[in-house]
Design a protein around this ligand. Structure first.
Ligand SMILES: [Zn+2]
Ligand SMILES: [Zn+2]
Length: 382
């Protein structure tokens, strides 16, 4: 299978600028992202191919070498196994593609979760859900999670061999962990099946881990939740995932996915907070000073006489932290509550009020629906 031209993979001209290459790569990466194509090995391959192309074309020095010598020019860069995810250096600048853009954590498909770069095997990623209240999401907090992950076995010191015995060199691969297989004209190198690539075999397995070298252990991990996290966001804690077996192995990552619970009175929309505030019809008619709850503490709000139901007041900067030091707003929506029960005196006063106002309910009834609607909508400034 001939290797495709990197410019073709990303879909740009050979004369493309760095910026054009970056934009084009982004498009391709988003199209083939594993989260968008779950369980599809074909798009996964294309996703990786695009990353390889960008790793080269996005780097002046590598691009120059590729332009002069083609794929041959990058043999030393990517090593024998060819490009691996561990060779990719642009994950941080593509954070939205590789991090949070799609289902980021619960959907799986972390492109770096596959393990097995040149650095040795990589432990599995772990995903944990972390429920929190809106108040906690507002303020942020120091948090702890307890979970089980595979750790190097202490009994055998992570070798998998029973104490007193030691792993022996694999006779199949001679200790290299890899064997060459001939397929027609080609000779391909694959992981040795006898030792699983470790280069050694265990003759007497450790009684505690059964030769696995790893053992499940309960661990506690602490981290800080930044103020303002939203439902569905995740925090990546590098190296807090599972350990892997073998020399040069690295740990997976821990992804903490936040689930912000619904609040009794506040509704959140991004960084803004919406609060429905019941007011009495005398408050609505006469105006009132209201004590309004916000996440920043109670606020005094003066509503003017004649405030209608569903009038919206904005309390600037009283919303959620936006992450850059600023805050969203809180929107206060009045809901006029009509009393259900009246005593004789109240009823009498209201009749007097009606008489005084010369209210003509008959005339009101005759108004068109839209006329009535217009009467109840008031535009309010921010
Ligand atoms: Zn052990
Ligand atoms: Zn072997």
């Amino acid at each position: 299978m001939a290797k495709r031209d990197y410019y073709e993979v990303i879909g740009v001209a050979r004369t493309a600028t760095k910026d054009e290459i970056k934009k084009a790569y982004r498009k391709v990466a988003m199209k083939y992202h594993p989260d968008r194509n779950p369980g599809n090995p074909e798009t996964e391959e294309l996703f990786k191919e695009a990353a390889e192309a960008y790793e080269v074309l996005g780097d002046d020095e590598k691009r120059q070498r590729y332009d002069r010598f083609g794929h041959e020019g990058l043999k030393s860069t990517f090593g024998n196994g060819g490009f691996q995810w561990s060779d990719f250096h642009h994950a941080s600048e593509m954070e939205d593609v590789f991090g949070g853009l799609f289902s980021a954590f619960f959907g799986g498909g972390n492109p770096f979760g596959g393990g097995g770069g040149r650095g040795g095997p990589r432990g599995r990623d772990i995903r944990i859900r972390y429920p929190l209240t809106l108040e906690e999401a507002f303020a942020g907090k120091a948090a702890k999670v307890t979970f089980e992950r595979r750790e190097p076995c202490e009994t055998c010191g992570g070798t998998g061999a029973a104490p007193g015995s030691s792993p022996e060199r694999c006779s199949r691969c001679g200790g290299s962990g890899a064997v060459r297989l001939s397929r027609g004209f080609f000779s391909v190198q694959t992981t040795c099946e006898a030792c699983g690539g470790a280069g050694t075999v265990i003759t007497k397995p450790c009684p505690d881990c059964g030769g696995e070298a790893l053992i499940g252990k309960k661990v506690e991990v602490s981290f800080d939740i930044p103020p303002g996290v939203d439902d569905g966001m995740s925090l990546r804690l590098r190296g807090e995932g599972e350990a892997a077996q073998g020399s040069g192995s690295t740990r997976g990552d821990l992804y903490v996915g936040f689930q912000v619970r619904e609040h009794d009175v506040f509704t959140r929309e991004g960084t803004n907070i919406i609060l429905e505030m019941p007011i009495s019809f005398t408050q609505s008619a006469l105006g009132a000073e209201l004590t309004v709850p916000t996440l920043h503490g109670d606020q005094t709000v003066q509503i003017p006489p004649g405030t209608q139901s569903h009038t919206v007041f904005r309390l600037r900067g009283k919303g959620m932290p936006a992450g850059d030091g600023s805050y969203g707003d809180q929107y206060l929506r009045t809901v006029v509550v009509t009393p259900r029960k009246l005593n004789d005196r109240q009823r009498e006063l209201l009749r007097e009020l009606a008489a005084e106002s010369k209210e003509d309910y008959h005339a009101y009834r005759k108004k068109s629906f839209f006329q009535k609607l217009r009467d109840t909508i008031l535009d309010v400034g921010g």
